[in-house]
Design a binder for this molecule. Structure first.
Ligand code: MG
Length: 452
């Protein structure tokens, strides 16, 4: 797909991503949906209102009435879509820096459009093929109050409030000036937690930190956990569909360890977990211990969203899905990543024992990443052929969903061409550091030889 990558259309606002472009996306999506009503929501970005207005204009031009939800987390827009049975356009660039923005398309079931559906919208957009309404039939716009409130009510009703409230937890929250600033602190208070915050004013300039919830951006949250003697720290990205945690000592918890801990609590024998081909050995080990199946998709959440309903159609129970970046799906609740719901499920575990103990069994893994440059397509092909030979020679289980993933049972290595740069990326992971390094080096040597 040219327009919609693995996580929607994104770019620097007013540069790659102009109001005119968003208007065309909205016209194409509106023509595809042919819905009477479409919701439009946004995160806190400085360009959000401008682009939401462009989306609203495009939708009205194809005859859809537009419901403006204002600033809402992406999972909140998804909840509204599902509750009302209307599709939605979400203006967000998720975790990207402040100058970025983007468009996500959500179906009337509250689920982001699948790859196939997006291809349909994209085809219309590239052909400028829209169902333009007559002047007397264009849509009307109205503001809708209460989307955030209804989103919180639904999440509160779906988690174990008593268990969390009884634990008298103190939660330190860092919404990073994003849409979660308007929902997360209230959510944790209503769960009966004591709440302290940092970066909790909605601000599209993101003065306190970058929207991406990675360790180097979250030092203030670690400090707050220690200063407030909190039981757990929670950080979101700009649209609050991701949750990243700190333990009670103020230590950053790897997203892979959180996913493994939540999966260990959630998976029963015979269940399925879905993740991407760079899935951590931590989740591989949890699935093996639970006697659950692990299904892998190409990297990018659109692929996970497409895969889960296929498994449902085969009568499989998909208990958990997601990646190690804090974006986790509990598909029986809703097929969306949801920062507050994920956090509440983590708090259910923290109610019984300290956060550090919840994730302790999933710590101590080592990751190695190496990039190898290539000059041209011939060299790229030679490298990939070498990766395939390496897989066969090594006698490991081979997964070719996206690149070449070699599973050794206790460890894995993946060689995958980057989608954006002329490099093949090598990833390896094992409990033993030298084992991870050895596997990455073996693959690197195999690819380097293919070079000549
Ligand atoms: Mg996000």
């Amino acid at each position: 797909m040219k327009v919609f990558g693995s996580s929607g259309a994104r770019g620097v606002a007013n540069d790659d991503l102009s109001p005119g472009f968003v208007l065309r996306v909205a016209r194409a999506a509106g023509s595809y949906w042919l819905a009477d009503r479409v919701a439009v929501a946004r995160d806190t970005r400085a360009t959000g209102e401008m682009l939401a207005s462009a989306a609203a204009s495009g939708l009205a031009s194809v005859g859809a009435d537009v419901e403006r939800l204002g600033v809402v987390p992406t999972p909140g827009a998804q909840a509204y879509a599902e509750q009302e049975g209307v599709p939605a356009v979400m203006i967000t660039a998720s975790h990207n820096p402040p100058e970025y923005n983007g468009v996500k398309l959500i179906g009337e079931d509250g689920v982001e459009l699948t790859r196939e559906q997006l291809e349909d919208v994209e085809e219309r957009l590239l052909a400028d093929d829209y169902e333009t309404a007559a002047w007397s039939d264009v849509g009307e716009a109205r503001s809708v109050e209460g989307a955030r409130r209804r989103y919180l009510e639904a999440a509160l009703a779906a988690v174990d409030r008593e268990r969390i409230a009884d634990a008298d937890l103190t939660v330190a929250v860092d919404p990073g000036h994003g849409a979660g600033a308007l929902t997360s602190p209230e959510f944790f208070r209503r769960l009966g937690c004591e709440v302290v915050t940092v970066n909790a004013q909605p601000d599209g300039h993101f003065p306190g930190r970058d929207p991406e919830p990675v360790r180097e951006n979250l030092a203030d949250l670690g400090d707050l956990v220690r200063a407030a003697d909190a039981d757990v720290g929670v950080a979101h990205d700009g649209d609050a569909d991701r949750a990243i945690f700190f333990d009670e000592r103020g230590e950053y918890v790897e997203g892979d360890a959180t996913l493994a801990a939540l999966a260990a609590a959630e998976l029963d024998a015979g269940d399925v977990a879905v993740s991407a081909v760079n899935v951590s050995q931590r989740l591989v080990d949890v699935c093996r211990e639970a006697d659950a199946d692990l299904k892998l998709t190409p990297i990018g959440s659109t692929n996970i969203i497409t895969r889960v309903p296929e498994l449902w159609a085969g009568d499989r129970e998909v208990a958990i899905a997601g990646e190690g970046n804090g974006g986790i799906f509990f598909p029986s609740y809703r097929l969306s990543r949801d920062g507050i719901y994920t956090a509440a499920r983590f708090l259910e575990l923290v109610a019984d024992r300290p956060a550090s103990e919840v994730v302790e069994p999933h710590g101590g893994y080592h990751n190695v990443r190496v990039n190898i440059d290539y000059e041209d397509d011939a060299q790229r092909q030679a490298m990939l052929a070498a990766a395939e030979r390496q897989a066969h020679e090594a006698g490991a289980d081979l997964d070719t969903t996206d690149g070449y993933r070699l599973d050794y049972g206790d460890a894995w290595v993946l060689a995958r061409p980057s989608g954006t740069e002329p490099v093949v990326r090598i990833y390896a992971e094992a409990r033993d550091e030298s084992r991870a390094e050895e596997l990455a080096e073996e693959m690197r040597e195999a690819l380097a030889e293919a070079d000549g």
